[in-house]
Design a protein around this ligand. Sequence first.
Ligand code: ZN
Length: 162
Amino acid sequence: MGKSRNPRFVADAMLGRLARWLRVLDFDTRYEPALDDHRLVALADAEGRVLLTRDRHLVRFLRPEKSLLIAASAPLAQLEEVILACRLGPPPRLFRRCLLCNNPLNPARAGDLAGHPPPLPPDGMAPVFQCPGCRRLYWPGSHTRRMREALCRALPGWLPED
Ligand SMILES: [Zn+2]
C-alpha cells in the first residue's frame, strides 16, 4: 500500500464503527453500506481511497488499487491496525468532521443555532461546530471526553495530551 501524508479511506459495510472512529480523528472516510462490492471498489479507485475491509475474497478477486485487510473485530483494535499500517500521525484536533456524513465541520454562528432542533449545546458553551450537510451540532462535552479517553486507552501515547 502506498504511503501518503493524508490517506483517505472508504470502509466496507462491516466497518461502520471503524469509519466513525476515523472521522473522530478527522480522517476523510466514506461509508456507503448500500453499495455492493463492485461499486465499493469502483468508488475507492475513482477517489484514490484506501478500501478498508475484512473480506479477503473482495481484495483477492476485485483487486482494489489500494486496500487494507482488517483482521481485528473490535473497532478500536481495527483503528490501531489502520494507524500502524498507514503510519498515521495524530490529528491536530479531534471532532472536526461529522461522524454521520464525513463532512468537515464549520464553526457554528449564533444564527445557525436559532431555531435548531435539540440537542442544543448548553448556553455559553463554545466552540460549537456544525455539519454543513446534516446541520448536526458538535461541542465539547462528556460524550467527546469519553471518546477521547477510549482513544487514549486503546492507543497509549499516540494522542498528545489535551
Ligand atoms: Zn453531518
